[in-house]
Ligand binder design. Structure first.
Ligand code: ADP
Ligand code: ASP
Ligand code: MG
Length: 462
């Protein structure tokens, strides 16, 4: 039995949902079990919901209500296109009721003029709650036994609103108690991704892009044979297609490579997706919902057979470099601990670290507590920050065996001023930090070096 997660573009409109229905039909195991379906909000809806909250919180209630009306109409148009009258009356009533609640929240925010993270979660979660209900009804309409499951019943999380952390034991138990019996009865459970609730029932969300993570958690809890991530590209590509014109498809990735690529910016996978799959050794496949017959990218514990020196590249923008320089660091122990305690205190993740005798440089991409962090670090030495930096990273299991690859990475970027260079203990990636303005050029140089120029087939080969 498999788990199929569909991203926002794969449920964006009625045609997309009809493609989903066909994919789900093909995803049924020969014994009639599964698939379990996890869906994102319709594309653009999470952004729109967050805008609703921001507008209302800024006392622009009329704008917020107008946006709610447009969202309401978009969802009702979906049910009109996909669902017959017998199911639609109840479904539309539920959707209308949710939108009425959303409008009431917007009016309240307009009066209070303040949006807490807890309220943001209630608002943001509505996207997945709508889409999952619609998809369940569309499956039923197509003669498949779809059944909506409220994700808030099964995804149990901490109360860290907008970035809640799933409580794995409780979540796995709830999934096995609620979802598995439905699968065993031949039904196709449909859940919203991204959404959860605390043990005492407060709605939470897992952070942007978190539906992939939901899909993987569901897959691991029920012991799925495969976790499929259906999206709008053919699979993991050698580089971000928004930065490189013709990246190549990577047919096979190891879990470790995929985790590094996701962490360092390959948006096609949420950074936490791989962990649940690794724990149960469940293959993950990234597939294009517009081309369901494509092979996609298969991610397993095995390194890819053969393949390129570098498997793929990833990049992050809006990175900030923080330098701490102090003569107290010289020959001293305990200095780095003090520095990292500051980041821990402000719950800010550090991505890359380099040190010299008297200085340490780190990168962060969460700027929320930057001022306070700089203040606290100033106690230990001179602190300088450089915003608008970018991180570029080349990933591949083969980097471990062939040190010449790292040298090639640095050599091909020789005319780009590199601010930091790091190769971590896993030796599976080499990461460089540069000015953001240099990123497009650096990406092109690196992609050309390892994956060649995107050229049409030679004339004689046609
Ligand atoms: P979904 O809504 O299906 O979750 P996302 O927008 O979150 O889709 O992720 C898919 C997008 O990730 C692609 O459209 C692409 O622009 C971007 N992306 C960035 N890096 C990569 C990469 N290395 N391979 C594939 N896609 C990538
Ligand atoms: N809808 C959420 C978002 O846009 C979660 C997801 O799509 O993965 O971030
Ligand atoms: Mg995504």
């Amino acid at each position: 039995m498999i788990v199929q997660k569909f991203g926002g573009t794969s449920v964006a409109d009625p045609d997309a949902v009809l493609r989903l229905v066909a994919i789900a039909r093909a995803g049924r195991a020969p014994d009639g079990r599964g698939p379990i379906i996890v869906v994102s909000a319709l594309s653009g809806v999470t952004d729109a919901l967050l805008t609703v909250a921001a507008e209302a919180g800024a006392a622009r209630t009329a704008d917020a209500l107008a946006l709610i009306d447009r969202l309401r109409e978009r969802h009702l148009a979906m049910t009109r296109a996909l669902v017959g009258q017998d199911q639609r009356t109840a479904l539309d009533a539920e959707i209308a009721d949710q939108f009425d609640q959303l409008a009431a929240v917007a009016r309240a925010l307009g009066v209070l003029r303040e949006v807490s993270d807890r309220t943001l979660d209630v608002v943001a979660a509505m996207g997945e709650l709508f889409s999952s209900r619609i998809v369940a009804a569309a499956l039923v309409q197509a003669g498949l036994p779809g059944e909506w499951v409220d994700a808030r019943r099964v995804m149990v999380t901490t109360g860290d609103h907008t970035r809640a952390v799933p409580l794995m034991r409780e979540t796995a138990a709830a999934l096995r108690a609620v979802v598995l019996p439905r699968v065993d009865a031949g039904r196709i459970p449909v859940l919203g991704g991204f959404v959860g609730a605390t043990l005492d029932g407060r709605t939470t969300t897992l952070g942007r892009g978190g539906s992939d993570y939901s899909g993987a958690i569901v897959g691991a809890a029920v012991g799925a044979s495969e976790i499929q991530i259906w999206t709008d590209v053919d699979g993991m590509l050698t580089a971000d297609p928004r930065l490189i014109a013709e990246p190549r498809l990577v047919p096979h990735l190891s879990f470790a490579e995929a985790a590094e690529l996701a962490y360092f910016g390959a948006k096609v996978l949420h950074p936490s997706t791989i962990h649940p799959a690794v724990e149960r050794n469940i293959p993950v496949r990234i597939l294009n919902s517009r081309k369901p017959d494509g092979l996609g990218t298969l991610i397993t514990s095995e390194p890819a057979p053969g393949g390129d020196a570098v498997t793929a590249m990833a990049a992050k923008r809006d990175v900030t470099v923080i330098d701490i320089t102090s003569s107290r660091m010289l020959m001293a122990y305990g200095f780095l601990r003090q520095v990292f305690e500051v980041f821990e205190r402000f719950q800010t993740a550090v991505d890359v670290v380099t040190t010299s005798e008297v200085s340490v440089s780190v990168t962060v991409d969460d700027r929320r507590h930057l001022e306070a962090i700089v203040d606290a670090l100033s106690e230990f030495g001179e602190v300088a920050i450089e915003p608008e930096m970018a991180l570029l990273c080349a990933v591949g299991d083969r980097l471990r065996a062939d040190p010449a690859i790292a040298a090639r990475v640095v050599r091909v970027l020789e005319e780009v001023p590199l601010r930091m260079i790091s190769q971590a203990a896993s030796r599976r990636n080499i990461t460089v930090i540069m000015r953001q303005a240099d990123l497009p050029h650096a990406m092109h140089r690196l992609h050309e070096e390892f994956f060649g120029r995107p050229v049409a087939a030679p004339v004689e080969a046609r």
